[in-house]
Design a protein around this ligand. Sequence first.
Ligand code: SF4
Length: 350
Amino acid sequence: MPVAFDEKDLARFPFLQEAQAKIAGSQLNQLETFLTSDVGNRIIQRATDRIETAITIPPQGLFDHFRLSNADSTSPLESLYTYGMARIIASCLNDRSAIERLISYEARRSSFFLMNDESDETAEAEAEKRKAVAAQLGLFLDEGTVSVPAYIEMVAGLREPLWRLVNRDVHGGLVRVYPTEVEVLLRERIRVVIRGRGLPRVPPEICALLAPSIEHLTAVLQSQMLRDLGPIDESRYPPCMNALIAALLEGKNLTHMGRFALTAFLHTIGLSTTQIVEVYQRSPDFDIEKTLYQVEHISGRSGTEYTPPSCATMLTNGICVGRDGFCERIGSPLGYYRKKKVKAGSSDRQ
Ligand code: SF4
């Protein structure tokens, strides 16, 4: 007999076809009216909180968060709309790391509820529901196997050697999976499905109505990135940035792109306006007013916060200088700094 999903199930597994149909037929379709209603405001707030949680709580802390939120009194329908609204806000925010964190959050949330159902249902009914949800994800848990292409797609983000295909039991194009691995595989499959669906295209006038949420989340993202990067460490600067600083010290004039790249880099890793101005102060032709104006502009005073250019742009502009081994697998000076800090952190712990 086919499993019937109730509203609580749809709120927990919002990627299900039934949940998508419910969202499609809801008030979220008349967004302009909905966003200015009381319930709309409540759901915007909840969706903003959901994205903030996704950005700020590390994966290992999410289990407790879901356990506690399982007991909150939000109606299942509002919870489902919150999922839809979070996707709308994420689309307006248009930040790759925020979107990835939201996808990861949703995948962990649904797999948590799938594997830790505290409803009144019997164990048998729970198992049937789990199978029905998994089947919608293209996973057939009865057989204990997954096709090789589906398996490869699911484990793409898993780093442990255990998940590598060469370490698996593979027969006839099927990979054997064990009951203890189901939760991880379901989570990864949900991630693939949610990512594959992409985000809704939201008209600019709707994003404008969501501006307070977008501004708040932009500030959350910025401070989270600074926390992730940790204290400033000059010894991890990439060669191109060291070259720009050295040029300043030698009294050379930096090109417009050189100034832009250095300022955006220093701002993004957490230097204050004053600290950045102090870097330029080392230059013999230092002009405090001009420097202050440029630094504040690049750091976001104009309303746009600039991020450092990619290595490709640096190369095109002739300021990718002194490449070393760390440059091989990164795409930007910021990536270089982050990678070197992570590496230093792991060798410090050894
Ligand atoms: S490859 Fe990138 S990080 Fe390395 S020196 Fe060039 S621009 Fe800088």
